[in-house]
Design a binder for this molecule. Sequence first.
Ligand SMILES: N[C@@H](CCC(=O)N[C@@H](CS)C(=O)NCC(=O)O)C(=O)O
Length: 206
Amino acid sequence: MITLWELKGKGERRYSLFSWRARMALKHKRLDFTTQPVCLSDKAAIAFSGGRTVPIIRDGETVVRDSWKIAEHLEERYWVDRAVVPAMLSVIAADIHERVDPADEGYFRQSIEQVLRTTLEETRAHRDEALRRLGRSLEPMQAALKRQPCVCGRAPAYADYILFSVFQWARVMSPHEVLGPEDPLCAWRERLLDLFDGFARNAPVA
Ligand SMILES: N[C@@H](CCC(=O)N[C@@H](CS)C(=O)NCC(=O)O)C(=O)O
């Protein structure tokens, strides 16, 4: 459950315009949330956020302050986790199974076959179809990355790392390339792989 901190006015009035941006974004994503109305002057109530303004959300372990960052967080977390991760899982599940620690093979097969409601062998047989579904789930970001170098704009930030984690997962566990060379996501992934002196690029891969 997500909690939203917002301003408290007289009665039930919620008058923070920036919080209304976050409220509408949460509704747009069809996410359940509870609210914590706070007074403008009560900085102690929001000190945990490291700042002095609302809106703030807590989403599991993550605290996000600033309406724009909240929108980015919701966009990435709920688009990536609901659309891109399941699509990628169908593409690479059988490859992952071949590369988990042998102690995890049985557990992995059982839990993933339950999630995917099919066998690993079936997912391998339908890989091309899964790859097309992955491609469709990535279309919004392909369009965005034609306009700007990173998900977050000119420079990478956390939303980039959320999406990148899915491609790094595939890089580490599957020998198959999932992106075409012309895909704007391909150049973006290269930029992310170069970060921090090739930190992710140098990780052991399939
Ligand atoms: N850039 C911030 C601005 C947030 C902001 O200014 N919020 C106002 C309420 S609408 C606030 O908390 N002000 C605190 C104060 O004036 O002490 C965002 O988009 O979230």
